[in-house]
Ligand binder design. Structure first.
Ligand code: BES
Ligand code: ZN
Ligand code: ZN
Length: 481
């Protein structure tokens, strides 16, 4: 689907479009809605009087007026008003526009008086874009090919920035939604190569032989059971002028996670194509960076593999040697993410970055703890933690601080190797983060997106499936450095 967003200086009543979307707050038409009402000879105010539509948050009414079709959008109360509401209302409007079969709509810049035209238009545009997202390339009868929105009293620059962010999120969603028979580790590496070519990034891809040379025993072990060999992808964005900071992003790219010999129960295996969401997020963030061109050097390292069973697959009780030289006792082949990340993090360390950030659908425990809307955030330094949290909040993504509790480190003690890949059931997400921290230097942050990366049901900003969660947070963090 091609999603076009345009900003218009004019008021909504002066724009020509198939459909108008205007707001209602506490039973009152907004200023923009009143202007439109005049043009429509009071049809909107008559409707409000007749139906007592109050406009609770997210409530929408489609009016098939003779003069012109209109979508009345409940904006909710002015109390507890946050910018995120604008984004979600945008998503809601988009989903309604598509459901009704329209290909074009003019939308008022909701609450611009409160947030300013830039901020409001930015959030609204992101919402409209994300809410229009569909993944229908495998449908014999795909839906609409194109949709266009006009944001009345918008701001061109803000809308452009929003399209860049939301476009990259949609790109990440596409990668995650891609089925595992299409998106193998090789295909993921190919996608990264394509991105590099398109945007002028440096790229290198390591296959099993190079990994062998470098001693990446963990990534090799996890990938060994599959006919689709693992890949390690390294992308680099280098700014033109001075470099203010150097950051490495590391993504888990498990293109499918069966659990291996510690096989997942059948219900838990469904959706495990999304186990490369960390990698997709990192690629999405690189897309924004390459387009916005900040003065930060950014390295993206992706560990891509498929975790499955065969006569070659790795076993529990195996001891593997990571690139760092540390040995790991495999106690559970389903805790494979931390293994592949151990090598990827170590590899990223050779760039001597000022900060390393890993993103991974790492533990079911993070989803149990925080649910589907919130990611677990770990950091070795408060400044890094705050910066990421703020970037997330600005994009409406909750990255919640979690403790790197040293006392739990002993759960990972192994009797035969330097460390074990699992401990006990308690604090599983923390144990995983502690494991990863063994393979990087400070400052280090880790995002466990197992909850929000992939949803069973549609939400305000998109359909069921991949969300592209944390793409915008990471990009925003990098652009703010
Ligand atoms: N990919 C899973 C984590 C996951 C679970 C992501 C649910 C998304 C939704 C990961 O590789 C895994 O299986 N982790 C194990 C770790 C355990 C064996 C310590 C888990 O969470 O059960
Ligand atoms: Zn697993
Ligand atoms: Zn996994």
């Amino acid at each position: 689907m091609k999603i076009e967003l345009r900003s218009a200086r004019r008021s909504i009543a002066e724009i020509k479009a198939q459909l108008y979307a205007v707001g209602v707050v506490s039973g009152q038409l907004t200023e923009a809605a009143l202007e439109l009402d005049q043009k429509l000879d009071g049809a909107l105010s008559r409707y409000l009087r007749r139906t007592k539509f109050r406009g609770a948050e997210g409530e929408v009414r489609y009016l098939e007026l003779e003069a012109h079709p209109v979508l009345l959008v409940g904006l909710g109360m002015k109390r507890h008003l946050e910018l995120e509401r604008v984004r979600r209302l945008g998503g809601l409007v988009a989903r309604e526009v598509l459901r009704l079969g329209f290909r074009e709509a003019a939308v008022e810049n909701f609450f611009w008086e409160k947030f300013g035209k830039d901020e409001a238009a930015y959030a609204l545009a992101e919402g409209l874009y994300l809410g229009s997202y569909v993944f229908d390339r495998y449908k014999s009868e795909p839906g609409a090919k194109r949709v266009r929105y006009w944001i009345a009293r918008g701001r061109g620059r803000a809308v452009e920035a929003a399209v860049r962010m939301a476009g990259a999120t949609a790109y990440a969603r596409d990668l995650v939604n891609e089925p595992p028979n299409a998106l193998t580790p090789e295909a993921l590496a190919e996608a990264a190569r394509g991105l590099a070519r398109e945007l002028g990034l440096d790229v290198s891809v390591l296959g099993p032989e190079e990994m062998e040379d470098k001693g990446m025993g963990a990534l090799l072990a996890v990938g060994r059971g599959s006919a689709h060999p693992p890949r390690l992808v390294h992308l680099v964005y280098r700014p033109e002028g001075s470099v203010r900071a150097k950051v490495a992003l590391v993504g888990k790219g498990m293109t499918f996670d069966t659990g291996g010999y510690s096989l997942k129960p059948r219900e838990s295996m469904v959706g495990m194509k999304s186990d490369m969401a960390g990698a997709a997020t990192v690629l999405g963030a690189m897309r924004v960076v390459a387009e916005a061109r900040p003065s930060v050097e950014v390295h993206a390292v992706i560990a891509a593999a498929e975790n499955r069973i065969s006569d070659r697959a790795y076993l529990v009780d195996e001891v593997i040697r990571t690139m760092s030289g540390k040995t790991v006792e495999v106690k559970n082949t389903d805790a494979e993410g931390r293994l592949v990340l151990a090598d990827a993090l170590w590899y990223a360390g050779f760039e001597a970055p000022d900060a390393v950030i890993s993103v991974a659908t790492l533990t079911g425990a993070a989803r149990v703890a925080l649910g589907e809307r919130i990611a677990a955030l770990y950091a070795t330094q408060p400044r890094l933690l705050e910066a990421l949290r703020e970037a997330g909040a600005a994009e409406g993504e909750t990255l919640w601080p979690m403790p790197l509790e040293r006392a739990y480190r002993k759960k990972l003690i192994s009797h035969v190797a330097d460390i074990a890949n699992v401990g006990d059931r308690n604090g599983g997400s923390i144990q995983a983060a502690l494991f990863l921290a063994e393979f990087v230097r400070d400052p280090y942050a880790h995002l466990d997106i197992a909850g929000p990366a992939f949803l069973k049901e549609a939400w305000e900003l998109g359909p069921a499936g991949a969300t592209g969660f944390a793409t915008r947070s990471l990009a925003r963090y990098l652009l703010g450095l």
